[in-house]
Ligand binder design. Structure first.
Ligand SMILES: Nc1ncnc2c1ncn2[C@@H]1O[C@H](COP(=O)(O)OP(=O)(O)O)[C@@H](O)[C@H]1O
Ligand SMILES: [Mg+2]
Length: 364
């Protein structure tokens, strides 16, 4: 049985507007799961539901087999880390970290032992007496983490904890958070809108779309095998061709584009004869001088010198434009030239094309 389970959960902020509905999530003990998705998709709402800040209208929240629906926030043994640190400015690092243990009436000598251990785990030994205002952003977030884990919570909840840090520090703190999580072996739910962060840090990634989990899987699955075009787009794929599915065999399919026939991976949503859109990643689109097997013809719209590489913008018809980056030595084409794009049959995927909604031009 999963350690944390959300079963058919419905929650709302205002009557009649359910943000989560029939929401299901299972998190195994000791795993690091990311809730990933665009702004407004319901990541924070999911965390707030687990933390007890939002009433559950329908469904069940279970932690370690126990029903939590009606357990008040302060009785849920959860550690929470926010984006804005939320430290007490007038308290030292030690007292910030000790706060939760004081509230729980842990006696002073035990308290000191646990606080010092938490401070050491997050790498802040020697900073016990500092005030938060004399710490860098990264150090403040370490205090936030120490404060959350010192109470030995059942689950650690983190809501975009790195978004206030600059790019280099974010990379460093990714690795730090993962090290700390592994060291204490704590079940963690981590909210982020940054794909690379989720991919780099997690055992499991749940990609949310409008209050639903669109796909849940290991980072490799989400990255290489998106199950829907929404996941594909969010994970950095782009449209490269439209066509009709001619044939499907063993995970592969052939898509007639009018100009040619492409062999690519098939997704579960397509069937023979359906309209399909093929997705690929910029990194896997190589330019060719001549047509070869599994390639598309394009027109060079722009050639942009970038110092150590050249970026080509190539039009493939159907209003599809792709970017392809090549080394300076391989930049053989100029604007207006015809070029061919190699389509990697193992790294490109066909999804069902959503019907385009045509406006009614006849009105009045
Ligand atoms: N306090 C609130 N009152 C009303 N609606 C809210 C509130 N907080 C969030 N929402 C709405 O709930 C949806 C999900 O928001 P949220 O969970 O914060 O998304 P995310 O964290 O993925 O960006 C959004 O449509 C948002 O407008
Ligand atoms: Mg949020």
């Amino acid at each position: 049985m999963a350690f944390l389970e959300m079963k058919n959960i419905a929650v709302m902020y205002q009557k009649g507007q359910r943000i989560l509905e029939n929401f299901n999530l299972q998190v195994e003990r000791g795993t690091f799961l990311s809730l990933l998705g665009p702004s407004g998709c319901g990541k924070t709402t999911t965390l707030r539901t687990i933390a007890g800040f939002l009433a559950i209208q329908e469904g069940e929240l279970l932690i370690n087999g126990k029903l939590y629906n009606r357990v008040p926030t302060h009785r849920r043994n959860l550690g929470v880390v926010f984006q804005n640190y939320a430290l007490f400015p007038h308290l030292s690092v030690f007292d910030n970290v000790a706060f939760g243990l004081k509230m729980r009436k842990v006696e002073p000598s035990e308290r000191k032992k646990r606080v010092m251990k938490a401070i050491e785990i997050v790498g802040l030994k020697g900073f016990e007496e500092r005030l938060p205002s004399r710490l860098s952003g990264g150090q403040q977030q370490r205090v936030g983490i120490a404060r959350a884990v010192v109470i030995e919570p059942d689950v650690l909840l983190m809501d975009e904890p790195l978004s206030n840090l600059d790019a280099n520090l974010r990379l460093e703190m990714r690795a730090e958070i993962r090290r700390i999580q592994k060291e204490i072996g704590i079940t963690t739910i981590y909210v982020t809108h940054d794909q690379s962060e989720a991919i780099a840090m997690s055992d499991r990634v749940a990609l949310l779309n409008s209050g639903r989990i669109e796909q849940l899987g290991m980072p490799q699955e989400i990255f290489y095998s998106p199950g829907t075009s929404f996941v594909a787009k969010f994970m950095g794929f782009q449209e490269i061709a439209n066509g009709t599915v001619r044939e499907i065999t063993g995970g592969k399919c052939f898509v007639n584009t009018g100009e040619t026939s492409l062999e690519v991976r098939s997704s579960s949503e397509i069937s023979r004869g359906c309209k399909a859109v093929v997705f690929g990643r910029q990194k896997n689109l190589n330019l060719l001088k001549e047509r070869s097997d599994n390639s598309l013809k394009g027109l060079v719209k722009a050639k942009i010198f970038q110092g150590d590489s050249v970026l080509y913008i190539v039009e493939l018809g159907d209003q599809i434009q792709i970017n392809s980056e090549v080394s300076v030595e391989q930049a053989l084409w100029n604007e207006g030239d015809t070029v061919f794009i190699a389509i990697d049959r193992n790294l490109s995927i066909a999804f069902k094309r959503e019907e385009r909604k045509w406006t009614n031009f006849k009105s009045i």
